[in-house]
Design a protein around this ligand. Structure first.
Ligand code: NAD
Length: 699
């Protein structure tokens, strides 16, 4: 059953029971309606308490139901809410843990609400490009006041129950319980107190206005506009809340409904909902069942205290997991520890970390120069130079010293994890953990599954990723894994755009207007242009036919490696990150064009965006077909959290789906016929061709 029914004397207790967060899917709604009818029909019942089993009152609607008929199937959420509101016996919501979206709307339809302190209260729909569509925009302002309610609805952020309960004049919570443990007893007592109260108080009957009226709502719109130009939902939330200040509650509800239905079909909301579902799906691995026993990870060792090793270490310290850092030389250890300290201090200066946390975290760190010291760690992550011989030697040592069952991970960005694993007698314990730079900031973690990686090792690192607040995506073994293999094609295409007539700033501007956090040239300057240079040198040997723009090599040959050398595709002033267009780079591009006999042409923003995004999409189609990525949604998550792809476009695969794969394939054909195009580049991946021909999508 999705809701339990119990009698406590003359009070009926309905307990939502749909783990993990009591989502309001169809079966739960049916169960609530059944329990409510039973309570109403039982003449011995004087009052009704609704609560949630487990760690939450209710997390809201079931997002997976959203685009299916089940969402509207009766009883839909509106029907349940109306039934609660119209109950002839008092209904009281007893709220703990989390109350979100539809769950909060359900609570607002009850006559009374009591919350445990520390309950997280939110209307998160805006994060999915929507608004609360079951009366939330009409009822929340009536109990919290227009400003507090609008803040919650527009930000989607959770607020603690005790903070809301302290707002002057609020009627969201009539009572706060003494503790989470006493909530139920206090709720039952409260229900008895109000059992005879009539008329029953209804949120819809409360007044709703703002002293400044229209001027206030205009002010909020002006504040929101600059940061929401690609997102329709926040401004429409304002419209809906303004409708709550009108004379007729039901007219306000109708306005909310109209806006909700409009937002549901926007590409932005579809994209955000796709990412929400994709992110949850990414942690599931078909051949690793959910109940797989995990290996305990209570301590971590990291080999190499460079850029990545020190950043990776911070993630574990932040999660309270002790770390040992191993290096070749004491100076390297000192440098690594100093970097970590500096990063923490920067976070404290920005107010993101409490000052006392620095000492607490650093107290969990030990350093060593000897492998025998790390032998008892449950997980060891290698982050030494990107060189197979160096890594092979490190893994040989690890194999020698590490205790049985320890997980041996490599942070390699390009090397073959199977070859690394083969250097040990325990390839089943070896896995790739590809953190992104800066490792203490970037949310993405590619988990690289070797041919022999054991299922429990995978399950353990996926769970650990959650603990250190990373979003993990599984990748098979290939050059560059999912993200960097795709970005190589993206950067190749960006180079061709320069050859044909673009400037780096023009390309970056087009991609940033599309929504990328950074255009390809600013991104390369940040990551270091020498990385791509090394890859191109390798490709020249491994795949001699592969064409590249010569400009990137020309820029590297004069030492313009990016921000770290003070010059790259752009010029940089000492200590600053502002990218200044470079006359030297412009001249280098001109020289390359002349050498290739190309007369530059004007290329529009749409062509720039499509060529770069479709370069990603075509490579991704290969990755998907080869089984390197398990799902198209995983690729979208990699691009969202690893490469700054705009969430409102849903990731490259979702974006291609939205355009239609037939149009994508046609555009690729057009690009192949451009005067200076590399036709091989635009050879569509077989999967893309098949899907395009059959009118299907990736996701
Ligand atoms: P780095 O040069 O900053 O650090 C490497 C560190 O390893 C140095 O401090 C060095 O002293 C130490 N080291 C070298 N050999 C060692 C050994 N045998 N034993 C112990 N320590 C040793 O390099 P990095 O940028 O931190 O990269 C490390 C790894 O992370 C590489 O495999 C790289 O491909 C990968 N990676 C880097 C990035 C990035 O953006 N920098 C991103 C993802 C992955």
């Amino acid at each position: 059953m999705h809701a339990d029914y119990q009698l406590h004397g003359d009070v009926a207790l309905i307990t939502l029971n749909n783990p993990p967060v009591n989502g309001l899917g169809y079966a739960t709604r049916v169960a609530i309606m059944g329990a409510l009818s039973r309570a109403l029909a039982d003449t011995a019942v004087q009052a009704i308490v609704i609560t949630g089993a487990g760690k939450a009152f209710c997390g809201g609607a079931d997002i997976r139901e959203f685009d299916t008929p089940a969402a509207l199937q009766e009883p839909n959420l509106h029907t349940v809410i109306a039934a609660l509101e119209q109950s002839t016996k008092p209904v009281l919501a007893a709220i703990h843990g989390t109350v979100m979206g539809g769950g909060l709307e359900l609570a607002l339809a009850c006559h009374y609400r009591i919350a445990a302190p520390g309950t997280q209260v939110a209307m998160p729909e805006v994060k999915l490009g929507l608004l609360p569509g079951a009366g939330g925009t009409q009822r929340l302002p009536r109990v919290l006041g227009v400003e507090a309610a609008l803040n919650m609805i527009v930000s989607g952020q959770a607020v603690a129950s005790e903070r809301l309960a302290a707002l002057p004049g609020q009627s969201l919570f009539q009572r706060l319980s003494g503790s989470a443990d006493s909530l139920l007893d206090e709720a039952l007592a409260f229900a008895r107190d109000v059992a005879a109260a009539r008329p029953l108080p209804l949120v819809r009957a409360l007044p709703c206005s703002h002293p400044q009226g229209e001027a206030y709502f205009q002010f909020v719109r002006n504040m929101l506009r600059p940061s929401t130009h690609n997102l329709p939902a926040p401004l429409q939330c304002v419209d809906a809340v303004q409708a709550a200040t009108g004379p007729d509650f039901d007219a306000g509800l109708a306005t909310e409904r109209r806006i909700f239905e409009r937002l549901m079909v926007t590409p932005q909301s579809r994209a955000l909902r796709h990412l929400f579902v994709a992110e949850r799906a990414a942690s599931k691995i078909a051949d690793v069942p959910p109940g797989t026993a995990l290996r305990p990870v209570a301590s971590v060792a990291i080999i190499g205290a460079g850029t990545m090793g020190s950043g990776i270490a911070m993630n574990f310290l932040n999660a309270g997991i002790p770390v040992q850092l191993l290096e070749l030389q004491p100076e390297a250890l000192e440098r690594g520890v100093a970097t970590m300290r500096r990063n923490y201090e920067a976070q404290i200066a920005k107010g993101k970390l409490k000052p006392e946390a620095l000492a607490q975290r650093m107290a969990l760190l030990r350093t060593t120069l000897h492998y025998d010291d790390v032998a008892q760690a449950d997980l060891v992550i290698e982050a030494v130079f990107e060189d197979m011989d160096v890594k092979a030697a490190v893994f040989g040592e690890l194999d020698r010293v590490m205790k049985t069952g320890a997980i041996l991970a490599s942070n390699t960005s390009t090397l073959d994890v199977n070859r690394i694993a083969a250097r040990t007698q325990r390839p089943q314990d070896v896995v790739g953990l590809h953190f992104f730079s800066p490792a203490h900031v970037m949310q993405l973690l590619e988990v690289v599954r070797g041919d022999k990686t054991a299922p429990d090792v995978l399950a353990t690192v996926m769970a650990l990723a959650k603990k250190i607040r990373k979003t993990a995506v599984v990748s098979g073994v290939c050059d560059g894994f999912i993200g960097n293999r795709m970005v190589e094609q993206y950067l190749r295409q960006a180079g061709f755009l320069l050859d044909e007539g673009c400037s780096p700033q023009q390309v970056d501007k087009a991609m940033e207007a599309f929504g990328m956090a950074m255009g390809p040239f600013r991104m390369s300057d940040l990551a270091g242009n020498d990385i791509g240079w090394a890859i191109r040198k390798r490709r020249a040997i491994e795949s001699p036919g592969m064409r590249y723009s010569p400009t990137a090599d020309a820029v590297c040959e004069v030492g313009r490696f990016g921000q770290k050398t003070g010059a790259g595709w752009y010029d940089y002033q000492p200590g600053k990150r502002d990218a200044i267009p470079s006359a030297g780079v412009a001249a280098a591009i001109d020289a390359c064009r002349s050498a290739m006999g190309i007369t530059p042409r004007k290329i529009g923003a749409q062509e720039i965006v499509q060529r770069l995004v479709f370069a990603l999409v075509n490579e991704a189609a290969h990755i998907l077909e080869e089984g390197i990525a398990m799902r198209a949604g995983d690729i979208d998550i990699v691009y969202l959290y690893g490469y700054g792809f705009p969430a409102f476009r849903g990731g490259p695969m979702r974006y291609a789906d939205e355009l239609g794969l037939f149009s994508v394939a046609q555009a690729m054909q057009r690009f192949a016929s451009n005067p200076h195009a590399d036709p091989a580049f635009w050879q569509p991946a077989p999967l893309l061709s098949r899907l395009a021909a059959s009118g299907k999508t990736f996701n």
